[in-house]
Every structure is written in structure tokens, then in C-alpha cells.
Design a protein around this ligand. Structure first.
Ligand code: CP
Ligand code: NVA
Length: 302
């Protein structure tokens, strides 16, 4: 049975923890292997990328496989031909699909019609591979997942995956967002369901100071995600007061770590001095993308 990874909930808690521990080992060894020898992967991107494209290509190469990058203009998913046809072509030639798309439903359709595993490389709904690297980073810094993680800003794809994975792994998670930018109801319901099992505390507030208080990790992301550019001016106004800056950090633990999936808009959601400070672990997160993606390939193709 093939397995897709479209949401952080597509692996169980035990599988996710094992994947992160394996990624930590792979990182220590600067692992190179031949597990994907003879295998090819289609990397479909509807949006730009630095980290995701590079780390997936390198991860595949380090495991002996071959990546084929399909740029936003190449296949025009759903425009040049239906998504279900793309899936039924690709599965005759390649062994897996890594896709960065707008709609989560595009990934689900690729997964439904294609006979090969599909990995979510970011959609408007979730960024599960980012969350894997983020929790590896949390574990490397704290030695546990039992920490207080606060996400301050937009209830976006990155926040969704972090809320769900926190709820799964037993991490206390607070989301602080401006009024009018509430998180998706389905994500919140699922998070509360998972939290009942793990014991995680999930809080949702409009108060960034409340979220910063006692946080071990403060996470932020852009206020305007890819595809929302037309809303940029309104969002810049609506998110005033939600910037991660020195003043906000003063409410958190003195050794608070600051996280960001990158790319960052310095001077908007985060200040330059904070991202460059000793609190920042943003480049460790970026590095861990490579190792968690290798571990994900080993899991889905073992
Ligand atoms: N964090 C992340 O996914 O970065 P890219 O958009 O550059 O891939
Ligand atoms: N929320 C951002 C994440 C980029 C990695 C976006 O979707 O543009």
C-alpha cells in the first residue's frame, strides 16, 4: 500500500517521532545512501521555492535517486490538462511526486489518481515537511517535545501544520492572530481531538503578549503568503502589533528561541535584530529540512 504525506496527520505520533530521531542520526552521519537507486521523482511546483526545492533535490540525490523539477509554467496543473490525468501519466514514469500547490485538493487528487506516494511540499492549507524540520529543531534545542511553542501572526499553512503536530506530540501550542484571521475550524477541531490523547494544551488568542509569556519557542511567518499578494496592504495594517521584536521577547523565557520557516520579511513580522540574535534558530530549521526529508523518503519508500 502506497502512503502519501499530505498532512502531518498522515503519519502517527510514533512514526513521526521515529522519523525525527532518524533524521537526527542522518544529520550526525552526513548520511549518503543508495536506498532510492533507480527511482525518479517528479517535483511539481506551482509556487517559487528556495529551501523546499533545494532540499528535496539534494535529499533525493544523497539517497541515490533522480529528481525531475517541473516549474510553475511547465505543466500548468489543471489548466493544460486535468490533475487526475497528470497523476495517471506521472505514475507510469516516476516513483513519487513532491508537489507545491495552491489547493490541498490538488494534492488529494494527485494522491487519489496516482499509484505512487505524493508528498506535500506546501499547499495553502499545510506545510507538513516544514513542521517536521521545526520539531526536529525543537528537539535538538530542548531535548523534548514537551515545551511551550507560540505562533504569532497569520493562521496560515505553517501555523496549521504546527498546531496539528503540537497536538499530536504533546507540545503546548498557543496561536496569537489578529481578529479576522481565525484559524480553519477543521484544523482546530482536529488539533483539540489529538490534544485530548497527547495532553497538549492548545490555546488560541488575539493577544500576542499572552502568547509570548512563558514561551520556550516563538514562531512567526510572513503576513502575506504566496498567492495573497493582492491583500498585502490590508494585511500590513491588520497585523500591526503582531511583530516579533525585542519588546515581545521580553515577555518570554530569557532563553527563548525564535523560529521562522523563511523567507522572512524583516521589518514586518520580525525585526532584523531578532532574526540575527542569539535567540534565532531559523537556519537550523532550514538545515533540518534536508535531514527530515531524507528520513521521510526512507519511511515512505522503505
Ligand atoms: N520554508 C520554505 O518552505 O521555504 P521555500 O519557500 O524557499 O521553499
Ligand atoms: N506561509 C508562507 C510559507 C512559505 C514557506 C507561504 O505560504 O507563502
Amino acid at each position: 500500500m502506497k502512503r502519501d504525506y499530505l498532512s502531518v496527520t498522515d503519519l502517527t505520533k510514533d512514526e513521526t517521532m521515529a522519523l525525527i530521531m532518524r533524521a537526527i542520526e542522518l544529520k550526525k552521519e552526513s548520511y549518503r545512501g543508495r536506498e532510492l537507486e533507480g527511482k525518479t521523482f517528479a517535483l511539481i511546483f506551482e509556487k517559487p521555492s528556495l529551501r523546499t526545492r533545494t532540499t528535496f533535490e539534494v535529499a533525493i540525490y544523497h539517497l541515490g535517486g533522480y529528481p525531475i523539477y517541473l516549474a510553475p509554467g511547465d505543466i500548468k496543473l489543471g489548466v493544460r490538462e486535468p490533475v487526475k490525468d497528470v497523476a495517471r501519466n506521472l505514475d507510469k514514469w516516476v516513483d513519487g511526486i513532491v508537489a507545491r500547490v495552491f489547493a490541498q485538493s490538488t494534492l488529494e487528487e494527485l494522491g487519489k489518481y496516482g499509484k505512487i506516494p505524493v508528498i506535500n511540499a506546501l499547499s495553502d492549507y499545510e506545510h507538513p515537511c516544514q513542521a517536521l524540520a521545526d520539531f526536529m529543531t525543537i528537539f535538538e534545542n530542548a531535548g523534548t517535545f514537551k515545551v511551550n511553542l507560540s505562533f504569532i501572526g497569520d493562521s496560515n499553512n505553517v501555523a496549521n501544520s504546527l498546531m496539528l503536530l503540537s497536538a499530536m506530540l504533546g507540545t503546548n501550542f498557543t496561536l496569537a492572530h489578529p481578529a479576522g484571521y481565525e484559524p480553519d475550524t477543521k484544523v482546530v477541531e482536529k488539533a483539540f481531538e489529538l490534544a485530548r490523547e497527547s495532553g497538549a494544551l492548545i490555546k488560541i488568542t488575539t493577544d500576542p503578549i499572552e502568547a509570548a509569556k512563558n514561551a520556550d519557542f516563538i514562531y512567526t511567518d510572513v503576513w502575506t503568503s504566496m498567492g495573497q499578494e493582492a491583500e498585502r496592504e490590508k494585511r500590513l495594517r491588520d497585523f500591526q502589533g503582531y511583530q516579533v521584536n525585542r519588546e515581545l521577547l521580553s515577555y518570554a523565557s530569557p532563553d527563548v528561541k525564535v523560529m521562522h520557516c523563511l523567507p522572512a520579511h524583516r521589518g514586518e513580522e520580525i525585526t532584523d535584530d531578532v532574526i540575527e540574535s542569539e535567540h534565532s534558530v531559523v537556519f537550523q530549521q532550514a538545515e533540518n529540512r534536508l535531514h527530515t526529508e531524507k528520513a521521510l523518503f526512507l519511511k515512505l519508500f522503505e
